[in-house]
Design a protein around this ligand. Structure first.
Ligand code: M6R
Length: 615
């Protein structure tokens, strides 16, 4: 949550920081701000609202000059989103300025101490406390900024990625991280600072991703120095080459990132299985699994932890792991798991699923499971993310950057990776026959084309969306592998259109939700040809006799549900275990079109942020 950007070098900092903030807006967009050193003084502009508001504010309030600048786009934690609480925050002397992503948990006690020493505060934020703490340390200990930051951070409990500079020493920026990501782009005699590499991708391919508990002192014309926050010891700077390119983070002609990402799914899935699914040889090869095969085969059970959409992918995985590999699986919300004193043994394998790789609860769940001896396997999209690094082994999803807050291609690529793992383990355990295994491989290879086919229903889905866009509630029903898809469809609608929606196992309907059904209730039923198809048809009959409006997601050519439902959306036929990869597509499009028709901000829905780095 929150995006931070900075620049120090020979160029004008303003355009780099502003464009960088726009790319990081997915991380939070309650308010935005910038601090520039214009050659003589510190200039700060900040405002409630998006980066576009900040641009207007800068026009009216400050000059855009200067080779040193830091900027922030906020997802509020402490203090409502308003101008005063926006970052950057300046210390009492007016010399030091900070941007911060994270939470300082002990800020109240620190604030009291600082107030006792005469400090005053304008905002309600924990960040203003931190910058004044740094100032106090700097004055009291008579140390340089880097040392003051290091001492202050040792008094802090919480999570942070920060960038700080002193207007009296405008050739230096100090950055630090604990629990929130921070990358430093290394150019020729210039440095870029950002929550991820997207703000500086056109300037440099070289970056350092700070590890937790590391800080860096960045000096113009000098080399960057990386140090341990705990003991100030210097550590070698690990410069990595970035794989990201500009095209991947632009809209490419689509109206929204979400729509682009929905359409990218066929390619993303190919990228996910490329080099892993070797159909001619009839094998699945995944280094993270091969190297740790014994751990998986000897596991008592697999525990899957995740949040939101990733948790739904975990639920799909539960079906496929148990069905094919016959390994017991438990799927847990990371936020519940980490706090409920679960029984974890050394024979447990924990799979953590996360698009961003930065979700605080998932990260904490991993750390807890590791401390109890479990083997941790990460399924992440963002390369080098905290969860990827914290895991003992893992597999990337290779979906490419997902910028729309509503997860789409992350979900289907997570299911792809998890299905490959389940199939690989099933083969190793001998719980799948070689002919079935081959059938799965063949079918998996056909999924991208079948998604293309499912995407062809777009115009029809738009018509259906128009009919139901004003509904106040939606129900989503599915059985078996498609129960998690029902949950995911409901989540998509809620988060971008703000329409209340609930996902349910179809058979559970009669244990409560059926009371909600009347002629005003649209009910999306995933009714593809599957093992319990007849039972879903019975559920549809039950809805129909209560006058509910049925939107059926059906297998191409199906006539039974077509006759019963008010509307149907067809998807190609496939193996039931892989069907979530297809049935998800119309639900993504339905929520997308409804949100667009309701004039909602599809890519940046209210109150949300792409990576939830606070618990
Ligand atoms: O980055 P993660 O996969 O760990 O994120 C988990 C959830 O925050 C995320 O899936 C969220 O639910 C999405 N906005 C849903 O579209």
């Amino acid at each position: 949550m929150c995006g931070i950007v900075g620049y120090i070098g020979p160029r004008d900092a303003y355009p780099i920081v502003i464009e960088g903030l726009k790319r990081l807006e997915y991380r939070g967009y309650d308010s935005a701000g910038i601090a520039l050193y214009d050659g003589t003084d510190l200039k700060v502009a900040k405002t409630k609202g998006k980066v576009s508001e900040l641009e207007k504010c800068v026009e009216n309030e400050i000059t855009k000059t200067g080779n040193l600048g830091i900027g922030h786009t906020r997802w509020a934690t402490h203090g409502v989103p308003n101008d005063v609480n926006s970052h950057p925050h300046v210390s009492n002397s007016g010399d030091l300025v900070i941007i911060h992503n994270g939470i300082i948990e002990n800020y109240e006690s620190l604030k009291k101490e600082l107030i006792n020493r005469g400090y005053t505060f304008k905002s309600d934020t924990d960040t203003e406390v931190l910058i004044n703490l740094i100032e106090e340390v700097k004055k009291k200990e008579k140390v340089k900024l880097g040392k003051a930051v290091q001492i202050a951070l040792n008094q802090v409990v919480g999570a942070y990625a920060i960038a700080v500079f002193d207007k009296n020493k405008p050739e230096e920026v100090v950055v630090a991280r604990l629990g929130s990501p921070l990358a430093v782009g290394i150019g020729e005699d210039e440095f870029f600072i950002a929550s991820d590499a997207s703000p500086f991708i056109e300037y440099t391919k070289n970056a350092i991703y700070l590890e937790d508990e590391e800080m860096a002192i960045i000096r113009f014309h000098k080399k960057i120095k990386v140090r341990k926050i705990k003991n100030d010891a210097e550590v070698p700077a690990n410069i990595q080459e970035l794989q990201l390119n500009l095209e991947q983070i632009e809209k490419g002609g689509y109206e929204h990132f979400m729509l682009k990402e929905i359409h990218e799914q066929p390619k993303a899935i190919v990228d996910t299985y490329r080099g892993r699914l070797l159909r001619d040889e009839a094998i699945i090869k995944m280094a993270g699994i091969e190297d740790n095969m014994k751990k998986f085969l000897n596991a008592n059970r697999i525990i899957i932890v995740a949040c939101g959409t990733s948790w739904h992918a975990g639920l799909v995985a539960e079906y496929i792991f148990e069905d094919l590999a016959r390994i017991p699986v438990e799927v847990e919300y990371a936020s519940e798991f980490r706090y409920r004193n679960p029984v974890i043994t050394e024979n447990d394998v924990l799979i953590a699923i996360s698009q961003s790789g930065e979700t605080a609860d998932t990260l904490a769940a991993i750390k807890m499971a590791k401390s109890k001896g479990a083997f941790v396997f990460g399924v992440c999209n963002v390369v080098g993310s905290s969860i990827a690094r914290e895991s003992d082994a893992g597999a990337y999803t290779h979906a490419g950057p997902e910028i729309g807050v509503a997860s789409t291609k992350a979900f289907t690529t997570q299911i792809t990776v998890l299905s490959l793992i389940a199939l690989r383990l099933a083969r190793a355990k001998g719980t799948i026959s070689s002919s079935d295994f081959r059938r799965y491989l063949l079918e998996m290879e056909m999924i991208p084309n079948k998604i293309e086919k499912a995407l062809e229903s777009d115009a029809h889905i738009r018509v259906v969306s128009d009919i139901y866009k004003d509904a106040s509630n939606f129900l989503y029903l599915g059985r078996g592998y498609n129960f998690p898809v029902a949950l995911e469809g409901a989540l998509k609608l809620k988060e971008i259109s703000y329409i209340h929606a609930e996902g349910y196992p179809a058979a559970e309907m009669k244990h409560g939700p059926i009371a909600l059904i009347d002629e005003n209730m649209p009910i999306v039923v995933i009714a593809t040809r599957a093992e319990h198809y007849d039972k879903v048809v019975s559920n549809i009959q039950e809805i129909k006799s209560r006058k509910g409006k049925i939107i059926g997601v059906i297998t191409e050519g199906d006539t039974i549900v077509r006759e019963l439902a008010d509307h149907v959306i067809e998807v190609p036929d496939t193996i039931e275990a892989l069907s979530p990869l297809l049935t998800t597509i119309p639900l993504q499009l339905l929520s997308y079109h409804i949100a667009v028709m309701l004039n909602k901000n599809v890519d940046q829905p209210r109150n949300l942020a792409k990576s939830v780095t606070v618990e």
